[in-house]
Design a protein around this ligand. Structure first.
Ligand code: AOF
Ligand code: ZN
Length: 367
């Protein structure tokens, strides 16, 4: 289908509006909407929070005049089911919208194609596929959760210019500067879960909360097969205020497990043998809980398990202008890794910026 530059601009704007919902709407998709009458934008809207009005209804409610005969640009197929809110298709028809331009179809089974069909059978003109790739990318975590029933995994690390996440003695505070750490707190504030390994929990004694807090409070998760997390750790001490899950194996000392439970930790016991399989089991569990985004903060072994599983979707890397050298280097991603350079996982770089003196690179694993 051929779309004009003006139509592209309207959909681009709808996508920008959609992204305002990030951190507020999950596990729902981010959706934006622009309503145009006689080539003029008359209203805009977006899905602002989980359980709240959908983007289309938000835009219809924001219109100060009639939108009769108008064209609606929406980043996702309008829903036609009764969920937490009534169907958008009904609201669109009742408002007298004549044409709906949709970026992509909703894969959700109760909608998928049926929203489009309903609008068409009511006599509305429907066009599909304007900025479809871009719209799909905005909602990649939503798509992964629906398709694989596992969350989108964001790996984050800070390293020196010679590729180390610690010195040869294990010292790692601080690699990146304050501005980089602020960015990490922003990330923490919009994800559903934050994941670290046992060694990182022991060495860094992190709190794993967003400071200042963001739109959602993440479940903090430690891969700690033997339930060895110290009672004195910041994580355990705050378990009653901020949810903390400790991932163990059946062989962990039951007394220790019960004690952690009494301190407010949730125990998730994995039956799988290898760390990689346990990671898969954990991601399945998080998917069942409709967790959309997980931030994996290290260390190298944890990121290695995720990498070997092929579960890393997105990376946020802070490169500090420092060198530490040493024979026993600490790479960001351990595990088995890739044997041949020709098999290396490619990253589609989405952003490169200076964060004060650090270089911040983010991107997604190419599929
Ligand atoms: C739309 N516009 O802005 C969004 C849609 O439980 P509910 O009622 O909030 O419905 C959630 C489902 O609705 C979600 O799984 C997805 O299929 C669709 N989301 N649809 O028309 C929107 N957020
Ligand atoms: Zn809807």
């Amino acid at each position: 289908m051929n779309f004009s530059d003006l139509e592209r601009r309207h959909m681009q704007r709808a996508l920008e509006l959609a992204e305002r919902g990030q951190g507020y709407v999950e596990p729902n998709p981010m959706v934006g909407c622009v309503i145009v009458c006689q080539d003029h934008v008359v209203s805009e809207g977006w899905h602002r929070r989980y359980g709240g009005p959908h983007a289309e209804v938000d835009a219809l409610l924001a219109a100060s005049d009639s939108v009769n005969n108008g064209t609606m640009f929406v980043t996702l197929e309008p829903c036609c089911h009764d969920g937490k809110t009534p169907p958008c298709t009904t609201a669109i028809k009742e408002a007298g919208i004549r044409k709906v331009v949709i970026a992509e179809q909703d894969p959700y089974a109760k909608v998928s194609g049926q929203g489009i069909a309903e609008l068409q059978s009511a006599g509305l003109e429907v066009e599909i596929g304007l900025l479809e790739t871009e719209a799909h990318s905005v909602n990649a975590p939503y798509h992964k959760l629906l398709a694989k029933q596992q969350p989108w995994v964001i790996a984050k690390w800070a390293m020196t210019m010679d590729g180390n996440i610690a010195t040869h003695t294990g010292s790692s505070r601080w690699i990146s500067g304050e501005e980089s750490r602020t960015r990490v707190h922003n990330l923490r504030g919009r994800v559903d879960a934050i994941l670290v390994g046992r060694k990182t929990a022991a060495q860094d004694d992190p709190l794993l909360t967003a400071r200042p807090s963001g739109p959602r409070q993440a479940l903090r998760i430690v891969m700690d097969s033997q339930a060895s997390l110290s009672d004195q750790s910041q994580l355990v001490r705050t378990a009653k205020q901020h949810p903390l899950m400790v991932v163990t194996v059946p062989e962990a000392r039951q007394q220790r497990v019960a004690h952690l439970e009494s301190m407010g930790c949730e125990i998730f016991c994995c039956s799988s043998e290898s760390p990689v399989q346990r990671m898969d089991e954990l991601l399945d569990e998080l998917g069942k809980r409709s967790i959309t985004n997980v931030l994996a903060e290290g260390g190298g072994e944890l990121l290695g398990s995720l990498f070997d599983l092929g579960a890393i979707d997105e990376v946020h890397v802070f490169i500090a202008p420092k060198l530490v050298g040493g024979k026993n280097t600490h790479g960001a991603i351990l595990g088995n890794g890739t044997s041949e350079m020709s098999d290396a996982r490619g990253i589609e770089v989405l952003d490169v910026q200076f964060c004060d003196q650090d270089i911040y690179v983010s991107g997604r694993i190419g599929r």
